[in-house]
Design a binder for this molecule. Structure first.
Ligand code: F6P
Length: 327
């Protein structure tokens, strides 16, 4: 399939991520630069099926590069998993004359696009956007840097009050399937323990080290837990610590969706602008049904069907460093 593209649609799908607006801006302005008509599709694939579409111009994306969320809104669309839903989406695109689709989202959104791109003659291109950074083939995903910095800022504040009271704090950060937010924010805030889904959590050895601290009368400890950790999240960890060390003063803080909002960091604005530009250029060059990532500071174009979670890939170097620095 190699055809001339004149009208493209852009949508954001799955969980929002800071920097998605910067990516939309880049797609719209690059499209216009290359003489394309660009259409915004609201609420991801759901809005596509429901024909929630409007034409965009350069001004439509003014003053959004610094904003969190997504001006196009987003959704997780079950209907698009079914052939009937995808067919409806195709008919809408045909009706509007849209002949290329830019999808800003995570691996789930890309997997949704795989069947679509195989069933219908609409070239698709993805842009990696998720705070979890859990997609293989890219060192960066839009939103991760901002989310991690939000977590670091919050954990630093918690550390002040933790130290003041000699407490154990268990902080849960986002990451359903991947521990990158926990790993990066935990290292950057000097957490004594970092619990991530990529590694089996050994709570008994954590209890032993806490008991040792108790003997030294210094029971202060920061534990950062990814929400998808196999032990079951911050509340489970807290319960276990209290059962085993009754004298400990334990507090839990779940950072939650605060990590998804806020103004994107400089890094997220940069990668979003770069990926947005490259996505449109790639589409026009006839390289599509791939998603755009950045690997070793070079653009990487990964087939949509290879969009898989970056599981179990935490570097041994980091794991060693955490152990040494947290003693
Ligand atoms: O976008 C990724 C993510 O933030 C995960 O880290 C988290 O588990 C999930 O989305 C939360 O989704 P929702 O906002 O639908 O509850």
């Amino acid at each position: 399939m190699n055809k001339e593209i004149k009208k493209i649609g852009v949508l954001t799908s799955g969980g929002d991520a800071p920097g998605m607006n910067a990516a939309i801006r880049a797609v719209v302005r690059t499209g216009i630069y290359f003489g394309l008509d660009v259409f915004g599709i609201r609420r991801g694939f759901q809005g596509l099926i429901e024909e929630d579409i409007f034409q965009m111009d350069s001004r439509s994306v003014a003053n959004i590069i610094q904003r969190g969320g997504t001006m196009l809104k987003t959704a997780r669309c079950k209907e698009f998993y079914e052939y009937e839903g995808r067919k409806k989406a195709y008919e809408v695109l045909k009706k509007k004359g849209i002949d290329g689709l830019v999808i800003i989202g995570g691996d789930g959104s890309f997997r949704g696009a795989v069947n679509f791109s195989q069933e219908f003659d609409i070239p698709c291109i993805g842009i990696a956007g998720t705070i979890d950074k859990d997609i293989q083939g890219t060192d960066f995903t839009i939103g991760f840097d901002t989310a991690v910095n939000t977590a670091v800022e919050a954990i630093d504040k918690i550390r002040d009050t933790m130290e003041a009271h000699d407490r154990i704090f268990i902080i849960e950060v986002m990451g359903r399937d991947a521990g990158y937010i926990a790993l990066h924010s935990g290292i950057a805030t000097g957490a004594e323990n970092i619990l991530i889904p990529e590694r089996k959590t050994d709570m008994n050895s954590i209890i032993l080290s806490l008991q040792e601290k108790e003997r030294r009368k210094k029971l202060v400890n920061l534990i950062v837990v990814a929400e998808g950790d196999d032990f079951g999240g911050a509340n489970e960890v807290s319960k276990f610590v209290k059962e085993n060390i009754p004298a400990a003063e334990v507090r839990v803080c779940i950072l939650g969706h605060i990590q998804r909002g806020g103004a994107p960091s400089c890094m997220d604005r940069l990668i979003a602008s770069r990926m947005g530009y490259q996505a449109v250029e790639s589409l026009l060059k006839g390289r599509y049904n791939v998603f755009v990532g950045i690997l070793n500071n070079k653009m990487n174009y990964i087939p949509l069907e290879n969009a898989v979670k970056n599981k179990g890939k935490v570097s041994e170097e980091w794991l060693k460093i955490i152990k040494i620095l947290a003693t």
